[in-house]
Design a protein around this ligand. Structure first.
Ligand SMILES: Cc1cc2nc3c(=O)[nH]c(=O)nc-3n(C[C@H](O)[C@H](O)[C@H](O)COP(=O)(O)O)c2cc1C
Length: 404
């Protein structure tokens, strides 16, 4: 289950350039299953119209505190009670100053005072406004009161300056809400995922690699966050944007990946080995190999088996899931890998021209001790969610105490 399914999120939008990004935020929150109601400050309505938020949230936008019609319908106290989370994004310098002072001079600040739900702020402003001691002092006081701050991010700003003050991307805000919600089928679990190809150096400029794009592992990482897990992704070189809310460790070779995974596996509840790790690596020449010879032989040496090593851990062994990419005998190979490496689950997919690697769709044959199922062709993001549901079921069956 998604961590934000049915979650009642009251979104406050304040007056800043980033107000337009809050429209996408509403879309993504609803896409994650949340119910969203929106309060806009008067300044915010100068940047984006309430109609935009009404359309995206599916509910009228709340604007005025002293509005007789509003108070007779869902007044400020009702709104405050309704909210399971109050999120202000973007949060202006002004609203943070007013919240710090405990003012209740508009609908948003009044609801914040009346609400008992957690308050989450995603600030956005010019970098000098953010760094101003007044703002920093307000932020420190709000944090000390238990208010959660998301961001701001650093980068180029609408005003042309560069520095801290950019609104976190909507996907990062949604991921942060999911992981702190304490809900979802993977809530509270630490998941370690390895993804992508590895590169095995032949000499300082050349390497051996494979066709893995990393898409399946990255989709698993994103989906696990949305199901409430804390996720660490050990990734070989890919062209993908790191998933929001995920800690990423970048590696190159199979040996690097082995080291990075084994250093983290003892702290993980679940390990999913979705990387296409090279089985053999050449002995690396210290200098670029010249093209003098008419033929060249590479001596390949077996790389360490990451999956087998994690599955063989005696102390704090995580629930261990392996991937198998096969061009033939998919099910037999998957069953062989499950038994041969003492894994808790294997997800196998057919690879070859146009299938498995470098594409957005995939199909999986999944087996575990005493069971098997098939997940038909679907986008990797959907397959990731389905596979994680199977993993969560099997994990909780093995750990009934953590399940309760
Ligand atoms: C064009 C323009 C852009 C602004 N952008 C921001 C901003 O990004 N962050 C911010 O804190 N204030 C910004 N301000 C100032 C706020 O709009 C102003 O402080 C306002 O009183 C905020 O009201 P509110 O907190 O009730 O929404 C901007 C003002 C203008 C005119």
């Amino acid at each position: 289950m998604n961590a934000l399914t049915g979650k009642k999120i009251l979104l406050g939008v304040t007056g800043g350039i980033a107000a337009y990004k809050a429209a996408e935020l509403v879309r993504q929150l609803r896409g994650a299953g949340a119910e969203v109601r929106v309060i806009m400050t008067r300044a915010a309505t100068e940047f984006v119209t309430p109609l935009t938020f009404q359309s995206l949230s599916g509910h009228p936008v709340h604007l005025d505190l002293l509005d007789a019609a509003e108070e007779s319908a869902m007044g400020h106290i009702h709104l405050a009670r309704w909210a399971e989370v109050v999120l202000i994004a973007p949060a202006s310098a002004d609203v943070m100053a007013r919240l710090r002072a405990g003012l209740a001079d508009d609908l948003l600040t009044t609801v914040c005072l009346a609400a008992t739900a957690p308050l989450v702020l995603a600030p956005a402003m010019n970098q000098a406004m953010w760094l101003n001691l007044a703002t920093q002092d307000n932020v420190a006081v709000l944090k000390a009161r238990g208010v959660c701050l998301l961001g701001p991010a650093e980068g180029v700003q609408a005003c042309g300056e560069t520095g801290p003050g950019r609104l976190l991307e909507p996907a990062a805000i949604v991921a942060a809400l999911a992981s702190r919600s304490g809900a979802g089928s993977l809530a509270g679990l630490r998941i370690l995922i390895s993804a992508g190809p590895t590169r095995e150096a032949i000499d300082p400029v050349r390497y051996l690699s494979n066709r893995s794009s990393g898409k399946m592992g990255y989709a698993l990482a994103q989906s696990a966050v949305m199901q409430g897990a804390t996720v660490v992704l050990v990734s070989g070189p890919t062209a993908l944007v790191p998933p929001s809310g995920v800690e990423v460790a970048q590696v190159q070779s199979a040996a690097d990946m082995y080291e990075a995974v084994l250093a983290r596996a003892g702290h993980a509840d679940i390990y999913i080995g979705a990387a296409a790790v090279a089985d053999y690596a050449p002995e690396t020449a210290p200098h670029k190999i010249k093209k003098d010879a008419s033929s060249l032989t590479l001596n390949l040496v077996k790389t360490p088996d990451i999956l087998a090593a994690v599955a063989a851990l005696t102390a704090s062994r995580p629930f261990t899931v392996g991937f198998a990419a096969e061009t033939q005998s998919l099910e037999t190979s998957a069953q062989g890998k499950l038994l041969g490496k003492s894994l808790d689950m294997v997800a196998a997919n057919q690879v070859g021209a146009g299938v498995g690697f470098e594409v957005d769709d995939n199909a999986l044959y999944v087996c575990w001790p005493g069971g098997e199922t098939r997940l038909p062709t679907a986008p990797k993001s959907k397959l990731a969610t389905q596979l994680l549901t199977l993993i969560a079921d099997r994990y909780h069956a093995q750990h009934p105490v953590k399940n309760s």
